[in-house]
Design a protein around this ligand. Structure first.
Ligand SMILES: [Zn+2]
Length: 486
């Protein structure tokens, strides 16, 4: 389908946001062109002011796997330092240090028991892949938490397309959206929306890519025909990327037979009904080749979420992070599709969990659908007038039901039940409104960011971390928000 970007009038909020980001991120070291005396490259070109580094952290080993010139102004929101985040520093040759924060992707989390009720279990892996936007100058990149650092002294930006690593090798730049699709990447389902959400589906333990794509099409179809997201079917583009595995099943600690699969995903240990067993995740860092292929696929497709379809009928899966993008491992199990819909609530809609499990962190309970502020609920305009606050459990309508965001007391959710609380139900009215706010603009063609301007809801998605509609770019074109740095 042909997409015709349309110019639109800047909304005040959008313009402000852009200005804020440019001020915060647009220039690091005094905005001067860095001088470069360390490069011996014969053909030195003008040095861009910034580049994006893709970094693989494995234990205390840090490796820059790609470096390239940003294609656009960042439209996502950087995480704020705190629990669940990791800080990095970049120290330029002149001693100037810039700092950044990324979501700590070294945790894989499983949320639901096979019955569909919440049963959170976490596991730590030593590795993650993330991006950082740094000044385009020689320097040292470090993640102080692990003591890991890598000198970028020779990664001088002599060319926009082919940065050179300290060992002399060429770092692979990210693909441009106008390039031909990378090998094995296919568009399964298109959209005429201006800023649709891109879902990248990849296979684990599939030996037959035809069988994988059939399964991927089923998953895509299940999402766009679900009662939750069906109204916004045109807000999705689905992609598949082939990864061939030698073995057609994943490693099982129960039989301990070695397996060779694309992502090295394994069942957890424990008996078949245990929480540990269903934590299905890549135990070891992805190989450089797999990392690079997935990185290339995710960037090319501008993936907002990555689904790793694991070839087993047994229930299980986790969510984690790759390049700042939520990824979900999910099996060929019907209940797994409900998990996807829930995880998209996190990954695409910025919704919080409404269940309780005793791991309450009161500094992190405010979200569109959870709040400790009875007098200033984010959904106060939707409260059923006859409902008291707090609202007794089991009451119909919208109110403030105690118990949410893992806290049993003092934190409230909008309705007795919701997909963000258990898998067997749909979105509550408040989460449904969030879906409408975010997907409404992004499932329409043309004037993406402003299309819901007539409604009473807070507008085109600049709420809650830039999830929503397109942002006005002073240059005149519509910039669609992205999950990762591009
Ligand atoms: Zn809800």
């Amino acid at each position: 389908m042909t997409q015709t970007p349309k110019r639109r009038t800047a909304r005040v909020a959008g313009g402000f946001l852009i200005a804020t980001f440019v001020g915060a991120l647009g220039c690091f070291v005094g905005c001067s062109t860095p001088s470069d005396s360390s490069s011996s490259a014969p053909q030195q070109v003008t040095i861009p002011q910034e580049r994006i580094l893709d970094v693989k952290l494995d234990g205390s080993a840090l490796k820059v796997i790609g470096a390239y010139v940003p294609q656009s102004t960042p439209t996502g929101v950087q995480p704020t330092p705190g629990p669940g985040t990791l800080d990095w520093t970049f120290t330029a040759a002149d001693g100037t240090t810039v700092r950044g924060t990324v979501a700590d992707g070294r945790t894989s989390e499983s949320e639901f028991a096979p019955s569909g009720t919440s049963a959170r279990a976490e596991v730590s892996q030593p590795w993650m892949v993330f991006s950082a936007r740094v000044p385009s100058t020689a320097g040292t990149f470090a993640v102080p938490l692990t003591g890991a650092s890598v000198s970028l002294g020779a990664v001088t930006q002599v060319s926009a397309s082919a940065p050179v690593a300290s060992d002399g090798s060429t770092l692979s730049p990210a693909p441009s959206g106008t390039d031909a699709p990378p090998d094995g990447v296919r568009k399964l389902r298109d959209s005429s929306a201006t800023c649709p959400f891109n879902v990248l589906i990849v296979p684990e333990a599939f030996t037959d890519m035809g069988a994988f794509r059939t399964r991927a099409e089923q998953v895509a179809n299940d999402i766009v025909t679900s009662s939750e997201y069906g109204t916004y079917a045109s807000g999705f583009v689905f992609w598949s990327q082939d990864f061939v595995s030698r073995d057609g099943s994943i490693f099982d600690p129960g039989d301990n037979r070695a397996k060779s699969t694309a992502f090295g995903v394994s069942f957890g240990s424990g008996d078949p009904n245990s929480a540990e067993r269903r934590i299905i995740y890549p135990r070891n860092a992805l190989s450089d080749e797999t990392t690079n292929r997935l990185r290339t696929g995710a960037r090319y497709t501008k993936a907002d979420i990555i689904l790793i379809i694991v070839n087993t009928p047994e229930y299980g899966g986790v969510k984690s992070q790759f390049l700042g993008i939520t990824y979900v491992t999910v099996t060929n199990n019907a209940q797994g599709n409900r998990v996807i819909l829930h995880e998209m609530g996190h990954g695409l809609l910025s919704l919080a969990d409404e269940y309780t499990d005793g791991t309450c962190d009161r500094s992190r309970v405010e979200s569109p659908n959870t709040s400790a502020r009875l007098d200033a609920l984010p959904w106060k305009d939707m409260v059923t007038p006859s409902n008291p606050l707090p609202t007794p459990q089991g009451t119909a309508g919208v109110g403030a039901f105690e118990g949410a965001a893992y806290c049993t007391t003092g934190v409230y959710r909008p309705a007795h039940t919701c997909l963000m609380k258990e898998l067997s139900t749909g979105f509550c009215p408040v989460c449904a409104r969030q879906l409408r706010n975010v997907f409404g603009p992004r499932s329409s063609g043309g004037d993406a960011g402003a299309s819901d301007a007539g409604g009473s809801d807070s507008g085109g998605g600049l709420v809650n971390g830039g999830d929503g509609g397109g942002l006005y770019n002073p240059g005149g074109s519509l910039v669609c928000p992205t999950r990762a740095l591009f």
